[in-house]
Design a protein around this ligand. Structure first.
Ligand code: MG
Length: 402
């Protein structure tokens, strides 16, 4: 199998080289033709105008926060080393008594964790588009959104500059919802490709740096607004926060009004919905700001009709100094979350029962930021782990409403 993957990798390299050559040739041909150059410039200007019109208040050079280069040499694609079945990257919380990890629904038997794409600086915010069978995810420092097509493993740039986008999700109409650091806003990409600002201010002041979002069945958009994206020039544009608190917001689907739904987070980060929409999970990564701050997931009772949450509880504590950055639910209400930044043995994914009991872990050889379910049967978990995108088939399906 290793030989096959080496051949596949080599074949990809050749394909890439050919593409690079073709792109270079095309660029040279365009430069030699004034009319084509003019048309290309006009098209670029039109695109820029659309973005500018969408946010008149933003003036910083969004394209200069990162160069689209690999952070390391390319890591090998395919199953991770040591993936003899049953894959040792899967660890059940309960002792193994029989075939496979007990009670841990990650275990689908003849499966292994695979690295399906690599070469990013900080992969974040994956979202799966079932109609196109692709995953979009942010490469925040490189200021781009990537697209991984699962039919042939093709990887390409979906958007650049991406305004240092972070979390992405999909609404009920199949439109992309994106949280932007340097844009300091939440946007929706319409079906015709135009971009609509969903939220960029609260109380007349700029948002901090929207991080992650979910959309409830009524069309309301809920998002978190910590300050990570304005702390420096690497993942956004450095700026002073204008919001007094780091809030969780809700944007009303009819009026477009933005309201604070929770205001007592240190750093609200990942956000996820239970499949019945009765629970809203919000991660607090305040630990990044000080050792006594939280590193946990909170669960709220969610009233979609009223647009409110109540009864805040700590759902799961993370093993400090590790933090979780993102989470998704499966159809049975289990919570799957990322883990990273601490003990390398904890890097990867954790799976909890709806009651908050740990069922098992998926070990990943890089710090993990976020994850989403995908695949035609929604049984493939896509995992953004630092420089790479990983995937693993599970024995469950992701909730239909991400
Ligand atoms: Mg996040």
């Amino acid at each position: 199998m290793i030989g096959v993957y080496q051949i596949l990798s080599a074949s990809r390299e050749i394909t890439m080289n050919r593409r690079t050559f073709l792109a270079t040739t095309a660029a040279a041909a365009a430069a030699a033709t004034n009319r084509r150059t003019f048309l290309a410039t006009t098209a670029a200007a039109a695109a820029a105008a659309t973005m500018k019109a969408a946010s008149a208040a933003t003036v910083t050079p969004f394209g200069q926060t990162g160069a689209p280069t690999r952070s390391t040499g390319p890591l090998p694609l395919g199953p991770l080393p040591g993936s003899r079945y049953p894959d040792s990257h899967l660890e059940s919380a309960k002792p193994k008594l029989s075939f496979g990890p007990n009670d841990f629904p990650a275990f689908a038997g003849t499966m292994a964790v695979e690295r399906v794409a690599t070469g990013f600086r900080w992969a974040e915010g994956p979202v799966y588009f079932p109609a196109g069978r692709y995953v979009l995810f942010s490469d925040i420092p490189n200021n781009r959104i990537m697209r991984f097509s699962e039919d042939d493993g093709h990887l390409s740039v979906y958007r650049q500059p991406s305004m240092n986008s972070n979390g992405n999700t999909i609404d009920r109409e199949g439109r992309l919802i994106t949280c932007e650091h340097s844009g300091r806003r939440v946007t929706r990409t319409e079906l015709d490709g135009s971009i609509t600002i969903i939220a960029d201010k609260y109380n007349g002041k700029k948002l901090n740096s929207p991080n992650d979002a979910v959309v409830t069945s009524d069309g309301a958009i809920w998002f978190t607004d910590p300050v990570y994206g304005i702390g420096g020039f690497y993942e956004g544009i450095k700026a002073e926060p204008e919001q007094e608190k780091h809030n969780v917001y809700r944007v009303d689907p009819k009026s477009g009004d933005i309201k604070v739904v929770v205001d007592d987070f240190v750093e609200p980060n990942g956000i996820a919905l239970s499949p019945d929409e009765k629970k809203l999970y919000v991660i607090d990564t305040g630990f990044t700001d000080g050792p006594d701050n939280p590193s946990h997931i909170r669960a709220f009772n969610l009233d979609v009709g009223a647009g409110k949450v109540s009864n805040s509880k700590v759902f799961a504590e993370m093993p400090k100094p590790s933090i979780t950055d993102g989470a998704r639910c499966d159809t049975e209400g289990r919570v799957w979350c990322s883990v990273g930044w601490g003990d390398p043995n904890e890097d990867g994914v954790r799976c909890y029962t709806p009651e908050g009991d740990l069922l098992g872990k998926i070990h990943i050889p890089e710090t993990v930021a976020n994850l989403c379910f995908g695949g035609q049967q929604r049984n493939r978990l896509y995992i953004c782990g630092s420089t790479s995108l990983y995937a693993v088939y599970t024995s469950v399906q992701g909730a239909m409403k991400p």
